[in-house]
Design a protein. Structure first.
Length: 283
């Protein structure tokens, strides 16, 4: 038998319950389906819905109060809306985190951006960043949802991996030929310098080895850091199998830019677009 309420509990009317525990429900209609959900999630997370629910209505029955008068949401699909509901109202928050696919997190990001749900928007971004977004995909999402850091990361990633994943034609079609040309210029400046250093035959510095090598040419790849034109050439001794410094090579001009310089250049070149994103979206 269920325990009966105490005298004090029995006398407690709904009006005296704490406000946090008096959840009112609201009915939404998406496509051909009705959803009856707690209103507080939408007013807590979205300034758009908070404003909408605070507007006075002439009728005694407000829109969304019943299944017969639902709030119609034409800007999303059932799949997108249900993805958002799973984040807003997780069924087992103390057992496990919400587990959504990449496509469902994109649905959440879309609606959170549309309805100004900043906290959920940031959660969706964090989850998506852990799901291995491609560089072009990151740029497309950055432009669609005004995420400035994704634009910088995507453009920098294309420059870093130039010629390995995306062709110039693909960049031109996706981003426009002016942007593709700018990225090509950055890629030329960022690309590691490769070559062969011809040097006098070196001697292994290990006292127990002292092997004199007959090789006088060593391949090198210079990535640079954008500020230091020196490259230390490292060889491997065929006698003791240890690494040793062969020589310091100085790149006299046009040495590659480093990661920090690349990010700075992208922020300058695409400054207007980034500024617009930061003004209307997420930094």
């Amino acid at each position: 038998m269920m325990p009966s309420p105490t005298t004090s509990e029995a006398k407690l009317s709904p009006k005296t319950l704490p406000e946090d525990h008096r959840w009112s429900l609201v009915t939404f209609k998406v496509e051909d389906k009705l959803y009856r959900v707690p209103r507080h999630g939408f007013t807590d997370f979205s300034s758009v819905f908070e404003t909408m629910f605070s507007l006075p209505q002439a009728d005694t029955t407000q829109e969304g109060d019943t299944d017969e008068a639902p709030i119609v949401l034409p800007s999303c699909t059932k799949v997108e809306f249900e993805s958002l509901l799973r984040v807003m109202y997780p069924t087992a928050p103390r057992v496990r985190q919400v587990d959504l696919s990449k496509e469902h997190w994109l649905d959440v990001l879309k609606l959170a951006t549309l309805w100004d749900m900043q906290e959920i928007q940031e959660t969706a971004m964090t989850e998506l960043e852990g799901l291995d977004l491609g560089q072009m995909e990151k740029i497309r999402l950055a432009k669609e949802y005004r995420v400035s850091k994704w634009l910088v990361e995507g453009l920098a990633g294309i420059v870093r991996t130039w010629g390995t994943s995306t062709t110039l034609d693909e960049l031109g079609r996706e981003l426009g030929w002016e942007v593709a040309a700018r990225l090509l210029d950055l890629a030329v400046q960022f690309k590691p310098m490769k070559g062969t250093a011809r040097l006098p035959a070196p001697t292994c510095p290990e006292q127990t080895c002292n092997k004199r090598h007959s090789l006088s040419s060593f391949p090198f790849e210079f990535k640079g850091d954008g500020t230091n034109p020196l490259q230390r050439l490292i060889g491997i001794c065929s006698g003791c199998n240890k690494h040793f410094s062969v020589a310091d090579i100085e790149i006299s001009s046009a040495f590659p830019m480093g990661e920090d310089k690349l990010t700075e250049e992208i922020k300058v070149i695409f400054g207007e677009e980034l500024k617009s994103m930061e003004l209307h979206g997420i930094v």
